[in-house]
Design a protein around this ligand. Structure first.
Ligand code: PLP
Length: 453
């Protein structure tokens, strides 16, 4: 049975009858019906009615090498034929996760040499949370278990990852978060800087909020700080350059672990393999997923720094944690091939030296002056367009997000897939975008903004 035997309306009826979509208002979806994306190639996705859309989101921030990479399908096929599955529990291992771990240790910052696998970013953050608490328990300081995070952070959808995150709507539906997680202000100057406050000073003030939370809880009770280098789902919020080095300094001062969530920023998006390198910091853990396989297989890797892994090995004792699919051989084979493609095609360097700066220039020169745009921002191939009602006062449309959704729908009609989150239009395209693709995206976004005026 293939989908071609069904009309769009038949597929939508089956969808409505049986499929509960993630992050969806199901009443709303039943009224409109889902767009069926049926195939993809290079930077384009195609719907069932034959419309081509330039994918400005790389799926969900993940398809970094673009679509239609047969090498990745072949890597999966070969591995499935040889060994489709075996676990890494009970003193067993399979070769592909072992070799992938070595590769990741080579790519990661020098002090990071160990990897713990899962199948999603959420799982990987669950692992990170449990691992840092386990670390302090092994160090004889089990009371050091508070984690500090930020408002509007997104760390995933499991109970622990939702608790780590700072999305109020998600917390409301949780009915009780994992205890001992505290949230502080996000480093978002466009909305939170005081009149006349420089970006630099704002970055230091936002970092000071972390220090204040540590002092309030008592450093002897705080295990770690967790943050996305650039808040992604919260609206591509890029902190001032002063923020992350100050966070690192504060964590060191109070002997608190630094956990970086690079589920979106990992594997080239900011123009370095990891945004830790772009921000010049040395986290104790880096959560990665998504672009590790360019989304061709579900896989996450928590990169674990030497400080933690040394304690795990020296103190011993079982870490009671793991997933059936930790180190899934097929997903790891795809990841190895995906990293080879990124390296062979020089995609990280290309983002850093060519397409990233060109993307920033396009946003500045063609989009930032538009009457509906309050700010554009980007790093590498990750950016946002802030929608405002009044450019001068930064007044927003009401209700929140209403205008961004209109721009998004016009963009889709123009053949440009992008996402609206709150009042931010966000972009995170495949790293294979060229200058020509960026120009094409610029044309379509300008049209969408004009139509929304
Ligand atoms: N962390 C960040 C920063 C994310 O953006 C996401 C997903 O978008 C996650 C974690 C959760 O990853 P997953 O959806 O694979 O569980």
């Amino acid at each position: 049975m293939t989908y071609q035997n069904f009309s769009l309306s038949q597929l939508q009826a089956i969808d409505a009858a049986h499929y509960l979509h993630p992050f969806t208002d199901h009443k709303d979806l039943r009224a409109s019906g889902a767009r069926m994306i049926v195939r993809a190639d290079g930077p384009f996705i195609y719907d069932s009615e034959g419309h081509a859309l330039l994918d400005g989101m790389a799926g969900l921030w993940c398809v970094n090498v673009g679509y239609g990479r047969h090498e990745l399908a072949e890597a999966a096929y070969e591995q499935m034929k040889e060994l489709p599955y075996y676990n890494s529990f009970f003193r067993c291992a399979t070769p592909t996760p072992v070799l992938l771990a070595k590769k990741l240790a080579e790519l990661a910052p020098k002090h990071i040499n160990q990897v713990f696998y899962g199948s999603s970013g959420s799982e990987s953050n669950d692992t990170a949370l449990r691992l840092v608490r386990h670390y302090w328990a092994l160090e004889g300081k089990p009371e050091k278990n508070i984690i500090i995070s930020r408002n509007m952070a997104y760390h995933g959808s499991t109970v622990a990852a939702t608790s780590l995150g700072g999305m109020s709507g998600m917390h409301e539906q949780l009915g009780g978060a994992v205890p001992n997680i505290k949230h502080v202000m996000m480093p978002y100057a466009f909305e939170l800087a005081l009149p006349g406050e420089s970006d630099h000073d704002f970055g230091l003030r936002a970092a000071k909020a972390v220090e204040d939370a540590i002092l309030e809880a008592g450093a002897e009770n705080v295990a770690a700080f967790i943050g996305e280098p650039i808040m992604g789902a919260g609206g591509v919020k890029i902190p001032p350059a002063s923020y992350w080095p100050e966070i690192q300094r504060i964590c060191r001062k109070y002997d608190i672990l630094l956990m970086l969530d690079e589920v979106i920023t990992g594997y080239g998006r900011t123009g370095e393999w990891f945004a830790a390198q772009s921000m010049g910091i040395e986290p104790d853990t880096i959560t990665t997923a998504k672009a590790l396989t360019s989304g061709y297989q579900p896989l996450s890797a928590l990169l674990v720094g030497d400080r933690i892994s040394k304690t795990l090995v020296e103190k011993g004792g079982e870490f009671y944690h793991g997933y059936t699919y930790s180190g899934h051989p097929v997903a790891c084979a795809v990841a190895l091939k995906n990293l080879e493609i990124i390296e062979n095609e020089g995609l990280v360097e290309r983002v850093k030296n060519d397409t990233g700066p060109y993307f920033a220039k396009m946003l500045q020169e063609r989009i930032s002056g538009h009457p509906l745009v309050g700010e554009v921002r980007s790093l590498g191939l990750m950016g946002a367009i802030e929608i405002v009602k009044d450019k001068a006062t930064r007044e927003r449309f009401q209700p929140e997000g209403s205008a961004a959704v209109v721009v998004r729908d016009h963009a889709i009609a123009q053949g440009m897939m992008m996402r609206a989150t709150g009042d931010s239009m966000i972009l995170s395209p495949p790293l294979i975008w060229t200058r020509e693709t960026i120009d094409m995206a610029g044309d379509r976004i300008v049209k969408a903004l004009d139509l929304a005026l």
